[in-house]
Design a protein around this ligand. Sequence first.
Ligand code: ADP
Ligand code: ZN
Length: 598
Amino acid sequence: MTRDPVAVLHEVFGHTGFRGRQGEVVEHVMAGGSGLVLMPTGGGKSLCFQIPALCREGLAIVVSPLIALMEDQVAALRQQGVAAAALHSELDDAERRDVWRGINEGTLKLLYISPERLGMDGMLERLSQGRIALFAVDEAHCISQWGHHFRPEYRALSFLRSGFPEVPRLALTATADARTVDDIRAQLGLEDAPVFRASFDRANIYLSASPRDQERAQIRAFLREAADGRGAGIVYCGTRARAEQTADWLRADGHDAMPFHAGMPSEDKRDAHRRFARGDAVVMCATIAFGMGIDRPDVRFVAHLSLPQGPEGWYQEIGRAGRDGLPARALLLYGAGDIALARHRIQQSPASEDQKRIERARLDAMVGIAEAGSCRRRVLLRCFGEDLEADCGNCDVCASPPRLYDGSVAAQKLLSAALRTGSRFGLGHLVDVLRGRMTDKIAQFGHDKLPTYGVGKDVPEGAWRGVVRQLVAQGALDIAVENHGELVPTEAARPVMRGEVKVMLRDEVMRPRSQRASREGPQAGSDDPLFGALREWRKAEARSQQVPAYVIFHDATLAEIAARRPENLASLREVPGVGESKLQRYGTAVLAALAEAG
Ligand code: ADP
Ligand code: ZN
């Protein structure tokens, strides 16, 4: 007995239609086909296997790398009235028996399982006593050494191709890097299967990047714009120590902030995950250890305190914001030192030359995004092989286009000062030389006798940092980050010195921060009292069921209910996000909450 996918989409999930390429994927799997789905985080990958799982006969087996991820999806599916379960090491005996009963009796439709468990002796034989509807391999980039989250256990999944040639295999990932994609296809035997590539644009995320000058003030301003201090978000901090420090000062500021990194006891990590999933307005100050398996759709902002290693990782991280389609914000703070440090790390890594070349290219692409002089989203999407037809209108560059001016002369002065002092000094001293100051150090080295002494008085103090950043970005200058931060001109400095290559600076370099345009971020109906009342109701309901708030209803659904003010179950049923199961469970309570809030 098979069911109609569109009917299931409507009745079970409450959605009005398929999104992007979901419809195609579902049709393909329904017909028994295998394939690879490439969609950005939040693009809607889950439905691509969940709908065929419900429509095809038998049990769908979903391979997933993290317990937290499995639990979230299972909780959400159960809310929708779907027979789903996860099999993992944290179940007690009774729970495990329940799951197996569901499998053996054929009542279970979706089973989430980790790759190592699926690969255990005898597991597949037991699972395949009944019919298998499909295999879905979520976060499939974990199978590839080229991806940035390689998990050796995923390698074992290649047995799926030989063991069950007749069962559809659907691999899903948000990583579009060509090498990774080839690797996934080879490992899972999908060489001849279609690749469903969706647009990687996440238009609702406002993109912004800025040189890091006053980190705390910049983060404060960002939190105000992003969520009015109320929504949940993630601040990626680079190191464990910075994650702790950042959480500390944000807490002192009155935010519900907490650190998250791999060095914390696993109990604390689980707690943090739980609080985040529960729907609290927490600011997670994290290393990249936090994120995989974060399904929460109403993350309103993601900030980075330093330059990520490449566009794929960055996009995946900021893609955790705004999965519900409502406005969300991303901010990237970076400095010339980040770029230099990343280059040194690549240089010194034991990786092969080939691998280093790839990493350098990734880093350069990332620098290009950070330093974008035109629509930042266009620059970003080009990294994924996608060309936007027009500027996006939802990034900081579109919002206030920087004026570029020719900073070549200032750049030449700086390079010259560095060279004439033997490439042995950092920015502070060089600026003293350029501005013609008399310090002990200048007297000691006789730098007041240099021809460059005092030639840079016309450039404001703070602007020199912008000159350095631009030169480092262009590769004309290196910073000895593992030494004392000396500025060292490279080969590429020569054409700049000779005036053959221009150095363009953004006008923000010359203008004080306070004069720059700021933009108000749109809000998700957050000051509507009806919306507030519905959220309160949801919070209580979530608490009593001990499930994450969003598995009851998403913010987007609550906002839509508040806007439409349905007066009966029939009109509530029309709201996107309200399926049969949820209508039965919550319909009356929602109508009551609406009536009460007046
Ligand atoms: P991914 O796994 O690709 O990161 P999800 O499957 O978690 O994305 O989906 C992201 C969000 O989009 C979820 O909140 C989901 O409910 C919503 N969504 C997915 N498909 C649709 C659709 N066809 N119509 C409306 N909302 C959808
Ligand atoms: Zn733009």
